[in-house]
Write a protein that binds this ligand. Structure first.
Ligand code: 5HY
Length: 252
């Protein structure tokens, strides 16, 4: 099985962190292809960054279709471009936020999300409700860390994340923690041991969910809004983004 794990920001060191978490979770027969967006923001911290990041994400999905991928992980906690990506492929596509929230709902009556900036907290709250997780998620918390501080040993990021997790367990009535950034993927196992509760990273969970879905032959439905994009011309800087269905011309 071949699963493509895509970091929609353009920071290679974060892709390495994400890829390591994906490979640690993958079964022996699963190949992980890790990709960094070829264009877009170095970190995704808001709606504008997310919108711009989708182009690089969809280009990576398009490449993955040529690579014969059996599933895709969008390794950014905003799950940018998730629905557009699902239009492009018959393979399962999971975002790390949706995957992590579902996993947390299986193992605890309530969970808290610990993410980066306050504005990301608000975006994650939108996702909680979009995914129907309102009765499971007790609170979304911000550490006020910038995404790129996660890669900076001088930022004291780990301590700030642990402290916010402890506040969540003490104050929110939560039994599990969801790590709200792809750049935190390397912390899940050690924080689970340190805090004594499930601390869930969506990268590893998404890999295992895709192994399950693809292993059962369950792919993305091609009916309704996940049907392939309609053939049409695209103009300007994105003229090469016209969707090319396998074996069909991209424009009428
Ligand atoms: C992420 N941003 O997972 C999100 C999360 C965040 O560049 N990778 C990013 O903190 O906004």
């Amino acid at each position: 099985m071949r699963i493509k794990v895509i970091n929609p920001n353009t920071t290679e060191s974060m892709t390495r962190t994400i890829a390591a978490a994906a490979r640690a979770a993958a079964a022996p027969g699963t190949e992980i292809l890790a990709a960094t967006a070829s264009t877009g923001p170095v970190s995704i911290e808001g709606h504008y960054d997310e919108a711009i990041s989708v182009i690089g994400l969809l280009e990576a999905i398009r490449e993955g279709e040529q690579q014969g991928c059996d599933g895709y992980v969008i390794a950014c906690f905003g799950d940018p471009g998730l629905l557009a990506a699902r239009e492009m492929t018959r393979a399962p596509v999971l975002g790390i936020a949706e995957a992590a929230m579902h996993a947390a709902s299986f193992v605890a009556t309530g969970f808290s999300v610990v993410t980066t900036l306050g504005r990301t907290r608000i975006i994650a709250e939108h996702l909680v409700h979009a995914y129907g997780m309102g009765r499971h998620c007790r609170r979304v918390r911000a550490t006020e860390l910038a995404v790129l501080e996660l890669d900076d040993p001088a930022s004291d990021a780990r301590r700030k994340i642990v402290n916010e997790c402890r506040r969540a367990l003490d104050e929110d009535g939560s039994g599990a923690i969801v790590l709200g950034c792809g750049g935190m993927a390397d912390l899940a196992r050690e924080l689970t041991a340190e805090l004594g509760v499930p601390v869930i990273d969506g990268v590893g969970v998404a890999v295992k969910f895709i192994e399950a879905l693809a292993g059962l032959g369950i792919g993305t439905s091609k009916r309704g809004d996940f049907a392939p994009p309609l053939p049409k011309f695209y103009t300007g800087r994105l003229s090469d983004m016209a969707f090319q269905a396998p074996g069909k011309p991209s424009a009428p």
